[in-house]
Design a protein around this ligand. Structure first.
Ligand code: OSB
Ligand code: MG
Length: 382
C-alpha cells in the first residue's frame, strides 16, 4: 500500500467500532542485570499494559512510564489515572481514530498515557484487517538496524567488557550512559579500545551549561552524538551548548510533540532527534516528527524505554517510517529479560539487522502463562 492520502483513509473515516472488553494490567519483569543511568538504576521493568478484546482479536498497548518519575514526570499510576478518567471516557464506537486523538488533545501532556491507548487501538485496527501495523500505516517492510544502550557500570573494565559483547553480537552502534565522574575518561577508554565503533553517549540531563568546556573534551572521540546533556525540559540552552561543541547533540527527554521538535530544529539545539513513540504521545505523532526531521535534514532514530516485547515490537514497526535513518535503541530480548511475555522475541541476524515479525498488528503475541507469571494486577474497565 503506497503512503498516500488514500492509504490513510481509515484513519479519518473509519469508525473504531465497539470493543467488547477493555482491561488495564500491570506486569513486572526482572531485568537480566540492573540498568543504571544518571537519574536512576532500574532492576526490573514494571509496565502498564492496555488490553483490548473484540470478536476473537486481542490487541495490546504498552505505556513506557516507570513507577517512578525519574526519567519523565508521568508514572504508571498517573498514566492509569489519566487513561481511566480522561482518555477511555472519550472512546466512542462511532469515532475514527483521528477524531479520537483530536479529543485526546484536550488533555494536556500525559503523552505516555495517550501513546499506550493509541498503541492498543492501532494494533486492534491492523489485526482486524489482518495487516502488519507498518502496512496499515503505509510503510514498506525493511530490515531494522540494531543498537544497544549500555548502562552506567561500576568500573571502566566492566564497561569495556559490555562493549566487547555488544560488538561481538553485531550491534550497529553502541550507546554508553555517562554522568559526572564517569564521562571523559570512560569514553576515552572505549574509543581507545574500539577505534572504529559507531559510539554515542547519553547523559540523561546530568549537566548544565557551566559544564560546556568539560563536555567539549568529548569532541576528540568522534562520538556520533551526545544525547540529552542538559535538563529534561530545556531546548534553548542546548542551542547554546551545541554552538560550542563539534559533536552533534541529540535531544530525547526534551521532545514531547512535533512543536518541540520544530523549536529544537529552528533553534539549532541539536543535530539529531531521538523519537520514542511512547514519549511523544504515540506512533502517529512519532511519524509526524520523523517527517518534520527528514524535511529539516535532521536524522532521527527510535529510542527505547527497556520495554517488554509489546512496546519493542511497536518500536520496530515504527522504524519503517521515512526519516528513521540511524540505528536506534532496539536490542535483542535476551539483553533485557531471561523471559519476555511475547513471542517471537527480538534476535539479531548475523549482519546485526532485525526482521519485522510477520504477524498482523505489532507482529507479536502475548504468551498467557508468561503474562500470568509476571502479572501484578489486572482490572477490567469495560
Ligand atoms: O534515556 O534513552 C534513555 C531506558 C530507560 C529510560 C531512558 C532511556 C533508556 C535507554 C535504554 O537508554 C533504551 C532501550 O534499550 O530500550
Ligand atoms: Mg536517552
Amino acid at each position: 500500500m503506497p503512503e498516500n492520502e488514500t492509504s490513510q483513509d481509515w484513519l479519518e473515516k473509519e469508525a473504531i467500532g465497539a470493543i467488547e472488553k477493555i482491561e488495564l494490567l500491570t506486569v513486572r519483569l526482572p531485568f537480566v542485570a540492573p540498568f543504571g543511568t544518571s537519574v536512576a538504576v532500574w532492576s526490573c521493568k514494571e509496565a502498564l499494559l492496555v488490553r483490548l478484546e473484540d470478536k476473537g482479536i486481542t490487541a495490546w498497548g504498552e505505556c513506557v512510564a516507570d513507577p517512578d518519575p525519574y526519567y519523565a514526570s508521568e508514572t504508571t499510576i498517573s498514566a492509569r489515572f489519566i487513561i481511566k478518567n480522561f482518555l477511555l471516557p472519550e472512546l466512542k464506537p462511532e469515532l475514527s481514530l483521528a477524531a479520537l486523538l483530536r479529543r485526546f488533545a484536550r488533555v494536556r501532556g500525559n503523552e505516555m498515557a495517550k501513546a499506550a491507548l493509541e498503541n492498543a487501538l492501532l494494533d486492534l485496527l491492523a489485526k482486524r484487517r489482518g495487516l502488519p501495523l507498518h502496512v496499515l500505516l503505509g510503510f514498506p517492510p525493511q530490515r531494522i538496524m540494531s543498537g544497544i544502550s549500555i548502562g552506567i557500570q561500576e568500573t571502566v573494565a566492566q564497561l569495556l567488557e559490555k562493549v566487547e559483547e555488544a560488538t561481538a553480537s553485531g550491534y550497529h552502534r553502541v550507546k554508553m550512559k555517562i554522568q559526572h565522574g564517569k564521562d571523559v575518561e570512560w569514553v576515552e577508554a572505549v574509543r581507545g579500545r574500539f577505534p572504529d565503533l559507531a559510539l554515542m553517549a547519553d547523559a540523561n540531563g546530568d549537566y548544565t551549561l557551566a559544564d560546556a568546556a568539560h563536555l567539549a573534551r568529548l569532541d576528540e572521540f568522534k562520538l556520533t552524538m551526545i544525547e540529552q546533556p542538559l535538563s529534561y525540559h530545556d531546548i534553548y540552552q542546548h542551542s547554546l551548548l551545541q554552538a560550542r561543541l563539534k559533536t552533534p547533540l541529540c535531544l530525547d527527554e526534551s521532545i514531547h510533540t512535533v512543536d518541540d521538535a520544530a523549536a529544537a530544529i529552528a533553534l539549532k539545539s541539536c543535530r539529531v532527534i531521538n523519537i520514542k513513540q511512547g514519549r511523544v504521545g504515540g506512533i502517529l505523532e512519532a511519524v509526524k516528527i520523523a517527517r518534520l526531521c527528514a524535511a529539516g535534514g535532521i536524522p532521527t532514530w527510535s529510542g527505547g524505554m527497556d520495554e517488554t516485547g509489546i512496546g519493542r515490537a511497536l518500536n520496530i514497526q515504527l522504524q519503517t517510517a521515512p526519516g528513521f535513518t540511524l540505528p536506534g535503541d532496539t536490542s535483542e530480548t535476551r539483553r533485557y529479560f531471561h523471559e519476555d511475555i511475547v513471542e517471537p522475541g527480538v534476535e539479531l541476524s548475523s549482519d546485526g539487522f532485525i526482521e519485522i515479525p510477520p504477524g498482523a498488528g505489532s507482529g507479536v503475541e502475548v504468551v498467557p502463562e508468561r503474562l500470568e507469571r509476571y502479572l501484578l494486577d489486572r482490572e477490567r474497565i469495560s
